[in-house]
Design a protein around this ligand. Structure first.
Ligand SMILES: Nc1ncnc2c1ncn2[C@@H]1O[C@H](COP(=O)(O)OP(=O)(O)O)[C@@H](O)[C@H]1O
Ligand SMILES: [Mg+2]
Length: 273
């Protein structure tokens, strides 16, 4: 980590302070349409507000401000900024690749039509290039323990998508329940390894047959991976990783079932929350 980033550690804010800052910045996540959000994230001025002290990498809470003269509600949004050079090295993923993996996870989520990953882009910022993701307002009244032991269909879709992404870190704290009942999945940096690494708290549906809808989404995703989605993923992942993603979809469709944990490797991330 660079000295500048370490110096900013002093700006650590609690989650409620972040929320207050978000409101002050006319937080409009969830009310912004997706393309406005993506444009703001890509083109707005990125202003770092503080560092998220609970995060495992150098992860910042920031605001993106657009250039319109009237600071209307679609001219500001709060976001998370994870500069590549603040990534903590890991033994099982190549250095400096997590931000790209998060952007790639957003691309696959969008292609699925399931809207699981909040708008996420790659861009330059005060600490260099990194991923910038729309901050979403969470329903704080939801107990994550209760949620993950529930039969919520939104979680099942996340379980299917995580199998495609080969998500090695689907913790309880990476599931964000929204006030409108949707559930989003964040912190998707540990995805797209070539070798199987699925580690998740969402094993409730293990071995269950895929529904017709899920098969249709997966077949469509597979088709997109032969064309436009492949083009989107290629600058973000290795060719091998893109191919492995296609193979995971083929395997899911061939088995027709959600996977079961593999006894030969850890199936649950640590810590699970
Ligand atoms: N897009 C987001 N919207 C709302 N809260 C978020 C978002 N991204 C991260 N957070 C919050 O910040 C915490 C740290 O972010 P996370 O992505 O887990 O960082 P790290 O990769 O460093 O572990 C999360 O547990 C969550 O509470
Ligand atoms: Mg995390």
């Amino acid at each position: 980590m660079t000295e500048e980033i370490d110096a900013l550690a002093g700006l650590g804010l609690t989650r409620s302070e972040m929320e207050a800052a978000a409101l002050a910045g006319r937080q409009v996540a969830g009310r912004l349409d997706k393309s406005t959000a993506l444009q703001l994230l890509r083109e707005g001025e990125l202003i770092v507000v503080g560092r998220l002290m609970t995060a495992s990498n150098a992860t910042f809470f920031a605001i993106v401000a657009g250039g319109a003269p009237d600071p209307g509600p679609s001219n500001f949004a709060s976001c998370v900024y994870k500069p590549t050079r603040g990534e903590r090295p890991l033994y099982d993923f190549p250095d400096g690749t997590l931000a790209c993996r998060e952007v790639a996870a957003h691309a696959v989520s969008e292609a699925s039509g399931w809207d699981i990953v909040p708008p996420t882009v790659m861009r330059d910022g005060p600490f260099g290039e990194g991923m910038v993701q729309l901050w979403v307002e969470v329903d704080e009244s939801v107990d994550i323990g209760d949620l993950i032991s529930s039969d919520n269909p939104a979680l099942r879709r996340i379980a299917v998508l995580d199998t495609v992404l080969n998500n090695a870190d689907r913790k309880g704290g990476h599931l964000l329940p929204l006030p409108d009942g949707r559930i989003l999945g964040i912190d998707n940096g540990l995805c797209f390894a070539v070798e199987p690494k699925l580690r998740t708290v969402l094993w409730r549906w293990r071995g269950q047959p895929l529904t017709d809808d899920e098969c249709a989404v997966l077949s469509d995703l597979r088709e997109q991976l032969a064309g436009v989605l492949r083009q989107q993923l290629r600058p973000l992942l290795t060719a091998h990783e893109v191919k492995a993603t296609a193979r995971r979809i083929d395997d899911l469709l061939a088995s027709g079932r959600l996977p079961r944990p593999d006894r030969n490797r850890p199936a649950i991330p640590w810590p699970p929350y």
